[in-house]
Design a protein around this ligand. Structure first.
Ligand SMILES: Nc1nc2c(c(=O)[nH]1)N[C@H]1C(S)=C(S)[C@@H](COP(=O)(O)OP(=O)(O)OC[C@H]3O[C@@H](n4cnc5c(=O)[nH]c(N)nc54)[C@H](O)[C@@H]3O)O[C@H]1N2
Ligand SMILES: Nc1nc2c(c(=O)[nH]1)N[C@H]1C(S)=C(S)[C@@H](COP(=O)(O)OP(=O)(O)OC[C@H]3O[C@@H](n4cnc5c(=O)[nH]c(N)nc54)[C@H](O)[C@@H]3O)O[C@H]1N2
Ligand code: SF4
Ligand code: SF4
Ligand code: FES
Ligand SMILES: [Mo]
Length: 892
């Protein structure tokens, strides 16, 4: 619609406010309670204009083509100045003198000086939290923090207390900030217009105003922790990172972030950072020069090659590293060493997603763009805890649920989203397949399927229908422990929704039958006909590591070249050989667990481990250490001396995500740029540089002088990436793959015309439920589930070296009060956990999040030894470990 502002016509969309029109006209107004991420409330009353002749607040007044808007004139300016002066009068002078806040900027523009600030400034503050601090004297009670905490983060940690001019923000629990529900997402810091809520390291009010002191620089990059892929603006001064601010235009995060990406950068300057190569001499790791370290690696690789041939060498590439680095590692292994022995931690994580999604739909990624989640009216979240593990996704899901979407959570534990769920299904760990089949049975029985879609676009229906006869809700209930009525209720919610979406995580994949679990979930989307259609959504696997999708996309897999073209496919090999000018071996290589087995048997003679702490994170750690101890050459390339590095023969110091150039691919298949913000410490080098150096030490030239050149080359190897380049990403921002053409956007939503399977159809899978590999018995009566907590990241190598450790200092074993009583355990006391495979030491935490009969712990403190407990059972299709089901007993 067309609105007249100060006599000029401007175009705004339906539902626009007067403020939108004023902004479209390029007119500035003071906006102290407004944030584009929030619904307007009109409480500060500073954005005064005249609409239809009446003085009104612009932000909450709907624009109408009939109403003329006036913003200019001395009278209006005086009214706005008075409104701001009134707010300022309650504040102490430093509110304007010592901040770079929005309020200070507004006052400067309106000509209001510090003398207008008359407040005594005796309200005090709260500095109990390491990252988020409160200076009550600067609070104007605009409510932005309270609203952003509730509406964007979904945490409801803050409230306004007091009356009239003395109203201030406070943690809702009444006690210190550090003891409140705050999850340290930083959103309140990022919206506070006065600096009342602030973070150490930046001037008061600077995050919201984005007014940074002279001498600081900002670099846009992508978070290097989890697979959400938040776009971040990293603030540096004097070669150090001083703060990280979420990018307001970030395609996934839209101005939001979490405690890790936003605050956990202190590891960068930890004195523990590896700053020079280490070499084992007489059993001890000692500092050495790069030349000597590289020479040692080259000699070890040559020895392995001459003793056992190319297949005696293997590499584990890093899902923490960039696409370009992963591309280079696999190219090195295939063309210089001559083996397909390359894998990445996707093996431990979402390899069942890759296998299952490929079998069902044709490609190994999620089926839809996460942006479309805003259209969903039903979220089925299975075996995922996004509130802790993908916090920005968790916040967006919660927001959908609070705005009316149905929410079904399937998790044995009462995870963060479960409290808001319409139905919380609590299956016994390892029984997802039966649970999904029970839901599918109801979809068929109650005719909630899409007949036309099934007829035109799917295959395998008769076999599935036949198999599902057995999986009545009652039968599924007997296997899963979920009440039959809840299975029916969930099926009806999912079955009757207009645009249902499935979001899932490791609770589906890290099982003996993880791939079947993915296929059973895919069945639901196919039965409903929502995948590959414009009226529904399919499956979102919440890929874990920052670049686990990308490491696999780049071909750091034993059976796939870049773009998932099989090494066994002669045409795919020929295309890669043409680009690389070298033969590509045709026999698939070893998977990570097979590498360790081969090492223990003496068949593997050199293992290069990049950015993965296999001794802490692979299952059955005793078997892993035995493998490393037997292997004649173990190279660990890391940013810290991990448990794996401690056992290596050579340790190479790497640069971290804040120190390197390249791209990551996030969980919804978007390529995003990663840019260096500071120099790596000491002699540490980027993984890209190190791979090049190792190739040179062997007399080989990998080409690809820069990360940009590596992505360009990769674009020639796989048509999926043919349209991608650093230049284009710099210009256009994030781009999803497949992206075959440089002049067309990538495919955010897959399969809109046909599926990528050989017959173009979606494949239903009639896979029967099979029990997990481990069962409790009288000796090991409890089931241990392992997973994640918000504050720490995987081995904790980085987060434990930041103030996140203050937020979460202890490795807990969560246990239900009934079981605690039975085992005579007391809260906060140490406990030994024993399994059939090993033992670990943890601290008891009694609560009802974990159901009776189960215990839960995370993997963030390797010293506790959690992976000594886990078995070597693994997904029968992909070898993904059964991390989610281990029978244990407790010894106080
Ligand atoms: N803060 C934080 N964030 C992270 C990470 C981190 O370490 N810390 N790691 C990243 C990585 S690498 C990954 S892969 C992702 C993982 O992200 P998620 O998959 O969300 O994390 P997990 O906690 O491992 O497991 C998810 C849930 O599965 C449930 N579960 C276990 N067994 C079953 C079952 O049989 N059925 C069902 N329905 N549920 C089950 C568990 O109770 C748990 O709540 O997180 C990423 N993000
Ligand atoms: N029991 C149990 N075990 C699990 C899981 C579980 O749920 N339960 N989850 C599994 C899953 S999903 C995963 S993904 C794995 C994760 O396991 P890992 O990948 O081993 O864990 P991370 O801590 O992410 O990082 C590995 C190492 O990379 C280093 N690093 C970080 N950035 C860089 C970089 O840029 N370059 C280099 N060279 N090194 C870098 C870190 O210091 C760290 O030592 O754990 C698995 N293990
Ligand atoms: S940091 Fe985030 S969770 Fe904590 S109070 Fe602020 S908005 Fe709420
Ligand atoms: S949600 Fe994930 S990507 Fe975003 S800031 Fe947190 S750790 Fe980084
Ligand atoms: S910005 Fe409009 S009333 Fe506060
Ligand atoms: Mo992972």
């Amino acid at each position: 619609m067309r609105i007249e502002v100060d006599g000029h016509g401007v175009e705004v969309g339906e539902g626009a406010s007067v403020l939108d029109a004023v902004r479209a006209a390029g007119v500035w107004l003071p906006l102290l309670c407004h944030d584009d991420r929030l619904s307007p409330v009109g409480s500060c009353r500073t954005c005064l204009v005249r609409a239809g002749g009446i003085v009104t607040v612009a932000c909450v007044t709907p624009a109408s083509p009939r109403t003329q808007v006036e913003t200019a004139g001395e009278e209006l300016e005086a009214l706005r100045r008075d409104a701001v002066e009134l707010l300022v009068s309650a504040l102490p002078q430093r509110a304007l003198e010592e901040t770079r806040s929005e309020l200070a900027v507004v006052c400067t523009r309106l000509g209001i000086g510090a003398e207008a600030a008359l407040g005594a400034g005796e309200r005090g503050g709260d500095d109990s939290h390491p990252y988020v601090r409160l200076d009550r004297d600067l609070c104007i009670a605009c409510d932005r923090c309270v609203r952003i905490c509730a509406d964007v983060q979904g945490t409801f940690a803050l409230t306004l207390v007091g009356r009239g001019a003395d109203t201030v923000v406070a943690p809702g629990t009444g006690g210190p900030w550090a003891d409140s529900d705050c999850v340290a997402c930083g959103a309140c810091v990022d919206t506070c217009p006065t600096g009342a809520i602030f973070q150490p390291g930046l001037p008061l009010g600077a995050p919201a105003s984005r007014s940074l002191p002279p001498g600081t620089a900002t670099t846009r990059t992508t978070c290097g922790y989890c697979g959400v892929g938040c776009s971040l603006d990293v603030v540096t001064a004097d070669g150090q990172v001083t703060a990280v601010l979420p990018d307001r235009d970030g395609p996934v995060n839209r101005g939001h972030a979490c405690v890790k990406g936003r605050f956990a950068h202190g590891f960068l300057t930890s004195p523990d950072r590896l700053t020079q190569p280490l070499l084992r001499r007489d059993g001890r790791l000692e500092p050495t020069s790069w030349d000597e370290a590289l020479d040692h690696v080259a000699r070890g690789l040559r020895a392995a090659l001459s003793e056992g041939g190319p297949d005696a060498v293997a590499a584990i590439s890093s899902a923490r590293a960039t696409n370009e680095e992963n591309y280079l590692v696999q190219k090195f292994m295939r063309t210089v060493i001559g083996t397909n022995n390359i894998d990445n931690c996707s093996r431990l994580c979402h390899s069942p997603s890759a296998a299952g999604l490929t079998a069902s739909f044709g490609l190994p990624g999620g089926t839809d763009s996460f942006d479309d989640i805003d259209q969903s009216d039903c979220l089925l979240v299975v075996g995922a805890n996004p509130v802790d593990a993908h916090p920005v996704v968790g916040a967006r899901l919660l927001r959908r649920a609070l705005r009316g979407a149905a929410l079904i959570v399937a998790d044995p534990r009462a995870v963060g989203l479960a409290g808001y769920a319409d139905v919380h299904l609590r299956p016994r760990p390892g029984t997802n397949v039966a649970l999904c089949h029970g839901i599918a049975h109801v979809l068929l029985a109650e005719e909630l399927t899409d007949e036309q879609f099934l007829h035109e676009r799917a295959a395998g229906l008769p076999e599935l229908v036949d198999m599902l006869k057995e999986y009545t809700p009652q039968a599924a209930a007997a296997i899963t422990g979920v009440p039959a009525a809840d299975i029916v209720a969930a099926a009806r919610l999912y079955g009757r929704a207009r645009c249902p979406a499935i979001i899932y995580g490791l609770g589906v994949t890290e099982h003996l039958h993880g791939t079947d679990g993915v296929r059973a979930l895919a069945n639901l989307a196919i039965l409903r006909g929502t995948v590959g259609t414009d009226h529904g959504l399919g499956l979102y696997p919440l890929r874990g590591q920052n670049n686990v999708q990308g490491a696999s996309d780049m071909g750091a897999l034993p059976d796939s070249l870049p773009g998932y073209h099989k090494v066994t496919d002669p045409a795919a090999r020929a295309r890669a050989e043409h680009v690389w000018g070298a033969p590509v071996p045709e026999r698939p290589g070893l998977r990570i667990p097979q590498m360790f087995a081969a090492a223990r048997e003496g068949r593997l003679r050199a293992l290069w481990i990049i950015g993965e702490d296999v001794c802490s994170t692979d299952p059955s750690s005793n078997q892993v250490t035995a493998a490393l101890d037997t292997c004649p050459l173990v190279v660990s390339q890391d940013i810290f001396l991990s448990s794996t590095a401690r056992r290596a023969d050579v340790v190479l110091p790497a640069a971290s995500w804040l120190e390197k150039d390249g791209t990551f691919v996030n969980f919804d298949r978007r390529f995003q740029r990663v840019r260096p913000t500071v120099e790596p410490p000491g002699q540490a080098r980027t993984d890209f540089h190190i791979v090049q150096a190792i190739a040179s030490a062997l007399g080989a030239d990998l080409g690809c002088p820069t990360p940009a050149a590596a992505l360009d080359e990769c674009a020639r190897v796989s048509p999926h990436f043919a349209g991608l380049s650093h230049q284009r990403l710099d210009r256009e921002g994030a781009l999803p793959w497949p992206c075959p053409y440089p002049d067309q956007p990538g495919q955010a939503k897959l399969y809109t015309r046909h599926f990528a399977t050989p017959d173009g159809r979606a494949h239903l899978a009639a896979v029967p439920y099979l029990p997990p590999g481990e069962q409790p018995d009288d000796t090991y009566p409890l089931l241990l589930v392992t997973g994640r907590r918000l504050t720490h990241y995987n081995t904790g190598s980085m987060t434990r070296r930041t103030d996140n450790l203050l937020l979460d200092p202890v490795d807990h074993l969560d246990i239900h009060p009934d079981d605690a009583a039975r085992h005579h355990l007391r809260d906060g006391r140490p406990v030994t956990v024993e399994s059939r495979h090993g033992h670990a030491r943890l601290t008891v935490r009694i609560g009802t999040q974990t159901p009776p009969g189960q215990v839960f712990c995370a993997i963030h403190f390797p010293a506790s030894g959690v992976n000594a407990l886990t078995s070597d059972h693994a997904d029968t299709v992909t070898s993904c470990p059964e991390y989610k089901v281990t029978a244990v007993r407790l010894v106080p």
